[in-house]
Design a protein around this ligand. Sequence first.
Ligand code: BGP
Length: 481
Amino acid sequence: MSAQFSENFFWGGAIAANQVEGAWDIDGKGASMPDVVTNGAHGVPRRVEPSLDPSYLYPSHDAIDFYHRYEEDVELFAEMGFKMLRTSVNWTRIFPTGEEAEPNEAGFAFYDRLFDCLLAHGIQPLITLSHYELPYALVEKYNGWCDRRVIELFERFCRVLFDRYHDRVKWWLTFNEVNCDLLYTGAFNSTNNLRGFSGPLDTLVDSPQERIQAMHHQFVASARVTRYAHEHYPDLKIGCMIVALPDYPYTPNPDDVLATQRQMRMINWLCPDVQIRGYYPSYAKRLFRELGVEVRMEPGDAEELRAGTVDFYSCSYYMTFCVSTDPNAPITEGSLLGGVKNPYLEVSDWGWQIDPKGLRYMLNEVWDRYQVPIMVVENGLGAYDEKDPADGCIHDDYRISYFREHVRQMGEAIDDGVDLIAYLPWGCIDLVSLSTGEMAKRYGFIYVNKFDDGTGDLSRERKDSFYWYQRCIASNGRGLG
Ligand code: BGP
């Protein structure tokens, strides 16, 4: 029989504090970066508006009110059979401006309750230390991660979390999608000259020098906190988190093949090369030179990177790309990063190319390169869900087919020999979209009655996919029908 999901495989789901919790200024919490970003729509950019102008809607302020409803939500996750839930601790609940002398006890109290509730339901927490939730005060004062002094502030935040939760939380991720710094994807990770900026995100002027310098600071921060965790609590497992964006050459033209290799190195390999191997790969020099970037390193940085390598690789996976050197190749409309249209793939309503086999391909590549355990900590289909007028339910067959094919391909990858240990679909409960700020872009197995204009009673309902995922987990990935 073919190799399949192990008995202790972590089936579950993934969310992030700023996209679910709401309660943005409750119990002493300060504003984090997403709290000053308005909603947008498909094709309409979100805006950074730190004045908190009441004529705008700031979706993180209420989100889906997980802060007050987590017990009901965790029960639903347990009903599906979750073994693991990925979420983040919002830095500004613990240090509202990032610089307080003492952590905020009321902020801790929420995570105490949440982690206890998860564990009581047999669900392991996987905690992202930074899911774009930098205190906004640090953007104003230091220009975010562009300034090296933020490293120490982040270290302090992580140390207090490890010290308090090491008994309850065994699995951690440092920076969400740290390789976004190699692309220009907007402002959330606060690595791109945001101090004093207001206006639509697509008018922010990109500075590759600043954002790649900021990425270096995040590497050092990640290494330092990983080392701290390993030295103080040897049973903790710390992972890197990469947005996996595999590329295919559009044609067999060697120019396309070489351009694809370059793109794979820059987007997919550079960050895990540093965080898993502990040093910058030799190809980085040329990539940075071509981008006109010079990374300033301090004495000791190279040693820090070597001393703080992570234990496992994790990624989000939504789509693949084609790389072409032909300026006339057809572009994918509405895709996250443009790219050339792959004639063999369908796209989601938001233009993301759906490619389950691309996941198998990527998992194999990652395993061959690093030989460390792998977690898929985000994957899913953002779609418009309509209630069937006949029975008022959401019959999301499209989402079920999406997951069925991705789970199948993960099974194939395991059979190929990949050490895959977790699958945590993104937005297992409907939440605020990162790129558009919409509620209408729904990912969940659980529907949340909340709409883009801020209305809705926030009640939760099971979609058809809820029952499908429940069966999938109960059969350990064998019952996909
Ligand atoms: C990832 C982020 C998540 C998330 C997801 C889906 O990049 O880590 O925070 O939201 O993408 O993206 P979106 O919400 O834009 O559909």
